[in-house]
Design a protein around this ligand. Sequence first.
Ligand SMILES: Nc1ncnc2c1ncn2[C@@H]1O[C@H](COP(=O)(O)OP(=O)(O)OP(=O)(O)O)[C@@H](O)[C@H]1O
Length: 600
Amino acid sequence: MTDLKDPPQLRTTDDTAPVRISTFGTLKRLLPFARPAIPALLASGVTAGIATLAGLAFPLVIQWIIDGPLTDGNASGLWLPGAVLVLLGVVEAALFWVRRMLAARPTMRVEADMRSALYDKLQRLPVSFHDRFPAGQLLSRAVSDLATIRRFLAFGAVFLVVNVLTFVIGVAVLLVLSWQLGLIIAALALPLVVLCLLYETKYQVLARRSQDQVGDLATTVEESVLGIRILKAFGRSAHLGREFRREAIALRTTEIRKAKAVSVLWSTVIALPEIALGLILFLGIRQIADGTMTAGTLVAFFGTAMGLRWPIDSIGWLLAIANESATATHRYFEVLDEPEPITDPAHPVVPGTSRGSLHLRGVGFGFTDAEATGKLLHGLDLELAPGETVALVGATGSGKTVLTSLVNRLHDVTEGAVLLDGVDIRDMELAEVRRRVAVAFEEPVLFSASVRENVLLGRPEATDDELAEALRVARAEFVHDLPWGLDTRIGEQGLSLSGGQRQRLALARAVVGRPEVLVLDDPLSALDIHTEAQVEAALRSVLGSTTALVVAHRASTVLLADRVALLAGGRIAATGTHSELMARVPAYRDLLASREEVGA
Ligand SMILES: Nc1ncnc2c1ncn2[C@@H]1O[C@H](COP(=O)(O)OP(=O)(O)OP(=O)(O)O)[C@@H](O)[C@H]1O
């Protein structure tokens, strides 16, 4: 019996226990991206530090006023400390503004650079990665995770350093003012550190879960928007609505647990200084009564201790930001660290004059996530002479689409090789392979762009004549009747086209510029019989000069080919002309006969 593994877990569940990561170690990975922003962030930190010191100086000036001019009854002596107070206020406000200005622009650039790097990586990653990684998870990484990282760099990191320094300097000032009372505030550091460590462990797990759940939610929204017609047609909107609500509730539960964790920390962090301040007031008044402390010193002490409230109170908030950024960073690098198995070779072979011969030699292929079911293709041999058209016929699920995806390295063969003009395509530059091999898939995907941009996607350098020729071959001249002709926007944000129109544009995209090798995955399936006949007639002229591998389901498409290859059991079971195979291969006869019956 086959030992089947559990199906891959694509969605997050409440029981998923995310891996514990080191907050500092993970955040360090941001350095290469954050490096250009470091001077500005340092300047921003220095500015914030000076502003905070200005704030800490207030109580000392008040002490000066109380123990000086106020005690002496010298009204004219108030001018100088009054002016200093105003100056400190202005400096603090101005520096606050400067700090924001300094941090905003460079951190936004870091966010933009990281987003571009992620996008580039997604383009380089193989199709197999995109098959298994839900789009919503990528979306949440590209949008919300990167925004979290930017907030951390702009505020979190700066204030984490500034507030710890402020605490240390403030405690030093307090110790100078009164070492006995100062020790009470200094002693606060111990329970705070213990509390923060306990909290970090718990919060990090929740932060990761919440970010994963945001990704799940985005995936559900994306799937329901893309499949809105099917959902409506099958009356499943309510079902998906329930699924969405279930995920939204899971996220809400995690967010509430996060809020609870923060609130416990926060309330303790706020309560501890309150108790300490009460104690200080009590002891301070006794010291004034004993004559061991002046009223001005107690006011200064109290004012300074109050000034340390924000650095202490903010610890919970800053740790939350640091933890969320660490998990966001971890999630970001999960994608960035993905291996890129399909890349350019170190020393690409530049093929000589291209003739367009295609040879699949001993090809084997199996999906890594479907190992238990065995290899899909094995020991497959198929040779196409330059200019030859071969129709690939096989039962549904036999691997025809997968085979076509091996020819332009959307997947790499796991055994054997695909040779273009005798050169292994893995030894050629990817761009070169994709320039030589053009593909039209069964599912024609159009982008939110003009007709012209969609058709010239792979060959932006093609001339207007080549574009017109491609549209003619694909019988896609209907584009000239669109409101803005070739400049009409189509795709998701543009004009909707019918299935047949989309397929004809996808075909035009493949044939534009007459590639050496054309791979067509059932390119005419959405066309009516009349249009199909017209496209076939026009295709013949292209196929006459191009090597083509055409996945075919119908006899009419098969007839376009010079030769037919029957894919069965993971290999090419028979080749020959249509009539030869009809005469001598019962499996082929059955396959086409059943299709024609269904089609009839
Ligand atoms: N990403 C994937 N991971 C695992 N298995 C996959 C993946 N993509 C396709 N398969 C499996 O590979 C097999 C062949 O798929 P393929 O799309 O090539 O079939 P096909 O011959 O083109 O079928 P059809 O004629 O119905 O289009 C199927 O059993 C399919 O389930």
